[in-house]
Design a protein around this ligand. Structure first.
Ligand code: 2M8
Length: 444
């Protein structure tokens, strides 16, 4: 019993610690940075996850988090992946590099990037309502903001679904959120980039061995230079970007958020045209997702490289996110979860590595090439619950809590149980906001 009490106290202390991190990362202007020094601005999907954590103890701040992001939405519905609210020079590439003003419909109020990130806002609004103890006040917030998220979905289907098949593309690895995943390696081999001159800042905060290489950064810069050359024009990008991918995580988030928007509009009442639009796209997207992004030999969801017109057959933590969006049939979900257990879930591993631990490209310490990320674990947890794999969902939740308890609110974590690192098993940035925010949600 003492042990149980200790854990309970520890969790309570950690919850206070998590709130402290979110409070210390709060900025003037109502948004929260992901991690001091390393990421000094507002990031799109980070803000979504942060709002879920904040909703548990400060709903007003959760709302500010979302409205400050939406305030930087472009006139065409696009929501940028970074909003440069302040003048910090500790980040590369900053506002002077990205030059969002090149696009005629870019935000006039804020400097931003011309890239986006996974569309999480729909389901974040729904979660906030679910967490809320004062539904009517959150509902009025949702009523005044939901159309912006809807416009963002329209932007995706209008501009980023080049075959009109219900699947949208990303044109840069930074849009995936899973920046240096081995999934992109083969694409990079096809790209012939000049050598650019730039000064990285990330490696002054985090050990370079835990970050992407300089060669990779040169490629990341190159793809943005191409987009800038064409004023971030979507059609030109679709025609010319060497990186053009249908990503399972990105598309699953869009589908899960479509569903959330439909639920919320039904609750609000009226809005039939919007509901019809979303319903049409939802059915089409889900069907095509299952046709095109499921690999029947691997029994897992994979990626499609539109530029080179071929599937990219790797299994990552993104491969399991379609569960949260209700995409697989029960039968398919069972097969997928068997793959999760076989490859990612051995007794010697915490769930869930970001890249297939049985692959020779797996690197348990390097950023998105293997370590565990709390936001992907949270998405997996939600997905397993949706398909009623209760015991496995509990395992993901408990292991997430255990990792944070033993190593702190790090950016990413080592999945190998056997290693005993003197400094814990966490890597990357410290006091990381979405690790703190989603920890709070998992405890509830
Ligand atoms: C990481 O990405 C940024 C670029 O967007 C970077 O490395 O500088 C990724 O983990 C991304 O998913 C995340 O949103 C961002 C901020 O936490 O950091």
């Amino acid at each position: 019993n003492t042990v149980v009490y200790d854990i309970l106290f520890m969790k309570e202390d950690l919850q206070i610690e998590a709130q402290k991190i979110l409070d210390e990362n709060a900025q003037e202007g109502g948004f929260t940075i992901p991690s001091k020094g390393l990421y000094p601005f507002q990031w799109k999907w980070d803000s979504g996850f942060i709002a879920i954590g904040l909703a548990h103890y400060d709903m007003k701040r959760a709302q500010q988090e979302i409205s400050s992001l939406l305030d930087a939405q472009w006139e065409n519905g696009f929501i940028p992946h970074i909003v440069f609210h302040n003048e910090s020079d500790s980040y590369f590439p900053g506002p002077d590099f990205h030059q969002s003003f090149l696009h005629p419909l870019a935000s006039k109020k804020y400097k931003t990037t011309g890239l986006t990130q996974p569309p999480v806002l729909g389901f974040v609004l729904e979660k906030m309502l679910e967490i809320s103890k004062n539904a009517s006040s959150v509902m009025s917030f949702i009523k005044t903001h939901i159309d912006k998220v809807y416009e963002n979905h329209r932007y995706f289907y209008t501009n980023r679904d080049i075959h009109n098949e219900g699947l949208v593309y990303i044109y840069h690895n930074w849009e995936s959120g899973t920046d240096n995943s081995p999934v992109w390696d083969e694409i990079w081999e096809t790209v012939d980039a000049p050598q650019y001159t730039f000064q990285r800042k990330d490696t002054t905060h985090v050990d370079a061995s835990q970050r992407p290489s300089d060669k990779e950064y040169n490629l990341y810069v190159h793809v943005i230079e191409i987009a800038k050359k064409y004023q971030y024009d979507d059609q030109k990008i679709a025609a010319l970007s060497p990186f053009l991918v249908q990503d399972p995580l990105f598309n699953a988030m869009l589908i899960r958020s479509n569903e959330a928007l439909m639920n919320l509009y039904k609750r609000i009442g009226g809005n039939q045209e919007k509901i019809d639009y979303l319903t049409h796209h939802q059915e089409k997207s889900k069907a095509r997702f299952n046709e095109k992004l499921f690999d029947i030999d691997l029994n897992a969801y994979i990626y499609f490289d539109l530029r080179n017109n071929k599937p990219i057959r790797h299994i990552t933590s993104s491969s399991f996110t379609p569960l949260y969006a209700g995409i697989p049939s029960k039968d398919r979900a069972e097969k997928l979860i068997q793959v999760l257990l076989d490859r990612f879930g051995g007794e010697d591993q915490y769930l869930c590595a970001s890249f297939d631990p049985t692959s020779e490209l797996y690197n348990p310490k390097k950023y998105w090439r293997g370590p565990i990320w709390m936001n992907l674990n949270w998405l997996l947890y939600q997905g397993l619950k949706r398909y009623e794999y209760e015991a496995l969902a509990e395992r993901v939740k408990n292991e997430s809590i255990e990792l944070i308890t033993s190593s702190g609110f790090k950016e990413y974590f080592d999945a190998r149980k056997a290693i005993q690192e003197a400094s814990g098993r966490g890597y990357g940035g410290d006091n990381f906001s979405w690790s703190a925010a989603l920890f709070i949600d998992l405890l509830h």
